[in-house]
Design a protein around this ligand. Structure first.
Ligand code: C5P
Length: 210
């Protein structure tokens, strides 16, 4: 049983993925972590994320365990992640790990939940249930601002809004595995939904399919 959640930044897909995985007892993989990890390695080598070979090498040598103390949630790492994510060699190097996670989730759980941009379209086209989670850009920027402010960031909401739109445009426009809703994905617009309401809507879909 594989549940795929795709969608733009701060749409709520990560929170939903966590709630779904806990509720059903499935393993969860936040695939953005992989791209952020590769970007973090490239930045920590003082290299340019757009350098194709450097990013590809970082992806091929990537081990998720090495990220234990890395601060991958910053806006710089997010922006660099969407640059390395447009590199087909980076995507190819990370694909196998994601597919293996979906097929044989850790701890022998009965299912896996993966969230990202291309799970329903490329990584797990045969997923049992697919969601494409969206929200208005204003709502997403506000949510991200609240998250960052809690972490004492001094970023302006307008700047976050601009960064989100730039990142989404890059993710949707790239040639290799662009962010897209699979034809058979359930669209879930969380703009006017609380987390509880969005989670309830997702459960109704999952329980109706399985
Ligand atoms: O979801 P998150 O914001 O952590 O993702 C960071 C970046 O990683 C995204 O902007 C996107 O460029 C890339 N990504 C991707 N494919 C995925 C997950 C993330 O290209 N499945």
């Amino acid at each position: 049983m594989v549940i795929a959640l795709d969608g733009p930044a701060a749409s709520g897909k990560g929170t939903l993925a966590r709630l779904i995985s806990t509720h059903y007892g499935f393993a969860h993989l936040d695939t953005g972590t992989l791209y952020r990890g590769v970007a973090w390695i490239v930045l920590s080598e003082n290299a340019d994320p757009a350098e194709v070979k450097v990013a590809a090498d970082a992806a091929r040598n990537f081990e998720i365990e090495k990220l234990a103390n890395a601060d991958i949630r910053t806006k710089e790492v997010g922006a660099a992640a969407s640059v390395v994510a447009a590199n087909p060699e980076v995507r190819a190097a990370l694909l196998d790990f994601q597919r293996r996670f979906a097929k044989s989730p850790p701890n022998n759980t009965a299912g896996a939940v993966l969230d990202g941009r291309d799970i329903g379209t490329v990584v797990c086209p045969d997923a049992t249930v697919k969601f494409f989670v969206t929200a208005s850009p204003e709502t997403r920027a506000h949510r991200r601002w609240l998250e960052l402010v809690e972490g004492r960031s001094e970023l302006e909401e307008a700047e976050i809004y601009k960064d989100l739109l730039e990142r989404d445009a890059r993710d949707a426009a790239r040639d290799d595995a662009p962010m897209a809703a699979a034809a058979d994905a359930e669209l879930l617009d969380t703009t006017h939904l609380s987390i509880d309401a969005a989670f309830a809507a997702a459960r109704r879909v999952i329980d109706g399919i399985v």
